[in-house]
Design a protein around this ligand. Structure first.
Ligand SMILES: *[C@@H]1O[C@H](CO)[C@@H](O)[C@H](O)[C@H]1NC(C)=O
Ligand SMILES: *[C@@H]1O[C@H](CO)[C@@H](O)[C@H](O)[C@H]1NC(C)=O
Length: 636
């Protein structure tokens, strides 16, 4: 039946009234439908099956490969942390270039059709150095982190006014792929329980990102009371060993009508130096995923691809004692550290396929790996021979030792030097009282190595020497605490050292920067080799690859502990005797193919292997001996 003129008019009027709203409703949107207890994507019920991946733990050249494999596993989203300390290395100095190009990562995910659940912190935990907070915050030594302490809030506000505007155009309703943004992280596990801090953050996110974005919180079941806030969607996190029913009942107390969400379903676990390698059973994991998906829950798997703590980025936990995290962040995740699909991945994909279509086509096979070597290293010289180039601005003279933060050293090493105040004819105890060494110290007298002291470990050694002899204490930061009651983890000599019971004073402090030096091509080719000696020293080698630059794993059998660089890139810490990690991942894109020279540089802190050799193998070893090296067993 033809409409009358009158009704046609009414129709036009109706259309006119509806149009602006009509266009909005037709545009992209991501919301919570509390009537139906579901997420709505573009107005339709939607559930995400997501995986965590950290761009700071994967070389940029490999982002597309990892994201492709995540999509091919059936995921429709990735969950991503933004580490503040990675992007604001010094107050007011921002770095979003190259490896740190957050927006390029978001676009790489979009290119694979993956949505993004963004977790900008400010605190992220992640077993990352200081949980992602910049250590320069501690330059104000009484700052109270993760609270409404004005000094902390000022720094957070300044940072988020740089970060959040970059995020804005990537929000889903603005045409991007970010469907939700997390506020803080597991805040309920922190001692402070400062609701005005959470309200401040929530207001700040709203002010910059607007009213339409879905903001959420994540906590373990016991943290919900202090971690949630009115106006933020409450999610929980738990692993396959936890009681799912109980966790979701607790989430329902805060979100009676919202969709169920597990924001961190643990596919594996992290490793600590000196503790056994962690693994999680794939069958149990897959069964737990199926149970959650059957309930209609949205799930993020933490981690789907763990990657590597390159450089000095690994964090630490504080339990009964200080527990530094290993360089590998393989996490026993479905995609291995080198990005290869595992049996666990296929078990999870089979579960996902019961609930939503997984992409057609085969999963990319493991990438080729290479074995070559041995490569023989040349001793370049003791660390103390190079203080002029490691610390070009010269030392600071202080009566009492200061921590790293007071001399604006964030990571790595500071050398503390003082003359012996008197002759020590009898062996005399050099003692580090409880809590004075964060985290390891390498002691030399007149350039002769005396041994190592360790936080919550060896706390003293005996010295003999003449008055005025040079006592050097090289202190290593092994990673600031990322999870624990108190993240104010100052580094260096954080208290006095005692010699024969009396505090040593009158120190020279050398904050060291080996990375700039090694990146610049040091040591030069043809440097005069020295005799290898125990104690902190550099070793270097040039080597050629037998073929293309494939992924490989660096083994340092018989070496003790230190830092390794390939072509100036810091691969992270090695500590084969302590374990359980025995090899370091060397991504192919760091290497130069056949015909081009590569360099390997080591800063060995204790003692080199007798034959000064390194090897490259085609597979990793993450489950080697855990615990202090036993005499005679060697390493590797
Ligand atoms: C899990 O929790 C629920 C609810 O509290 C309880 O009824 C059930 O017995 C628990 N299951 C196990 C295996 O402990
Ligand atoms: C955290 O530790 C720092 C130094 O390690 C200390 O000054 C501060 O009082 C501690 N804060 C809490 C809440 O324990």
């Amino acid at each position: 039946m033809a409409p009358t003129l009158c009704s046609r008019h009414r129709l036009l009027l109706l259309l006119f009234l509806l149009l602006p709203g009509g266009i909005q409703a037709g545009g992209p949107s991501f919301t919570v439908d509390r009537a139906r207890g579901v997420f709505l994507r573009d107005g339709l019920p939607f559930r995400y099956i997501s995986g965590s991946v950290h761009y700071a733990r994967v070389p940029r050249a490999l982002w597309p490969d990892r994201l492709r494999k995540m999509r091919m596993s059936g995921l429709n989203a990735v969950q991503v942390y933004v580490p503040w300390n990675y992007h604001e290395p010094q107050p007011g100095i921002y770095d979003f270039a190259g490896e740190r190009d957050l927006e390029a990562f978001l676009e790489a995910a979009a290119a694979e059709g993956l949505l993004v659940i963004l977790r900008p912190g400010p605190y992220i935990c992640a077993e990352w150095e200081m949980g992602g907070l910049p250590s320069w915050l501690l330059r104000k030594s009484d700052i109270v982190l993760r609270t409404s302490d004005p000094d902390f809030l000022d720094a957070v506000d300044t940072w988020f006014h740089v970060l959040l505007p970059k995020v804005l155009s990537h929000l889903y309703h603005n045409g991007g792929n970010i469907i939700s943004v997390q506020v803080e992280n597991e805040y309920g596990s922190y001692w402070a329980c400062d609701f005005s801090y959470m309200r401040h953050l929530s207001g700040l996110f709203r002010a910059v990102l607007g009213e339409r974005v879905l903001l959420f919180t994540t906590d373990g079941a016991s943290g919900l009371r202090c971690g949630t806030l009115q106006g933020l969607f409450t999610t929980v996190d738990f692993g396959p060993g936890d009681n799912m029913t109980e966790a979701f009942i607790l989430q329902k107390e805060y979100e009676p009508n919202g969709p169920l969400v597990n924001s961190e379903y643990y596919t594996g676990w992290l490793d600590y130096w000196g503790a056994p390698h962690s693994t999680t059973d794939a069958t149990v994991l897959a069964r737990g995923l199926e149970a959650m998906l059957t309930l209609g829950a949205s799930v993020n798997m933490y981690m789907f691809h763990g990657g590597t703590n390159f450089g000095y980025w690994s964090g630490a936990d504080l339990k009964q004692s200080y527990l530094p995290v290993t360089t590998s962040y393989d996490y026993d995740a479905p995609l291995s550290e080198a990005g290869d699909p595992t049996d666990k991945l296929f078990a999870l994909r089979d579960v996902i396929a019961k609930f939503q279509p997984v992409p057609l086509g085969p999963m990319p096979p493991p990438t080729p790996k290479m074995t070559f070597g041995p490569v023989t290293l040349t001793p370049v010289g003791a660390l103390t021979d190079f203080l002029d180039v490691l610390c070009p601005s010269g030392p600071l003279r202080v009566p009492q030792p200061l921590p790293f933060e007071a001399v604006k050293q964030d990571q790595g090493f500071v050398l503390y030097r003082t003359p012996l105040p008197r002759s020590l004819v009898q062996p005399t105890l050099l003692q580090a009282p409880d809590g004075s060494i964060h985290d390891r110290a390498y002691v030399l007298l007149q350039g002769v190595y005396q041994g190592a002291l360790e936080r919550d470990g060896a706390s003293g050694l005996l010295l003999r020497g003449e008055r005025g002899a040079v006592l050097d204490v090289l202190v290593e930061n092994m990673g600031r605490i990322s999870f624990g009651a108190n993240a104010s983890d100052f580094k260096g000599l954080t208290g006095p050292l005692l010699l024969g019971g009396a505090a040593l004073s009158d120190w020279l402090l050398f904050p060291l920067d080996p990375d700039s030096l090694v990146r610049s091509g040091w040591p030069p080719d043809g440097a005069r080799p020295r005799d290898p000696r125990p104690g902190p020293a550099f070793y270097a080698a040039r080597f050629l690859l037998p073929g293309p630059a494939w992924d490989t794993f660096l083994y340092l059998p018989g070496w003790t502990k230190g830092q390794a660089w390939v072509n100036g890139f810091n691969l992270g810490r090695y500590w084969p005797g302590r374990g359980p990690q025995r090899s370091l991942y060397v991504p192919g894109p760091l290497l130069r193919r056949r015909g081009h020279a590569n360099t390997l540089t080591l800063l060995e802190l204790e003692s080199p292997s007798a034959r000064l050799r390194a090897r490259f193998r085609d597979r990793p070893r993450l489950d080697g001996t855990a615990g202090p090296p036993r005499p005679g067993t060697g390493a590797g």
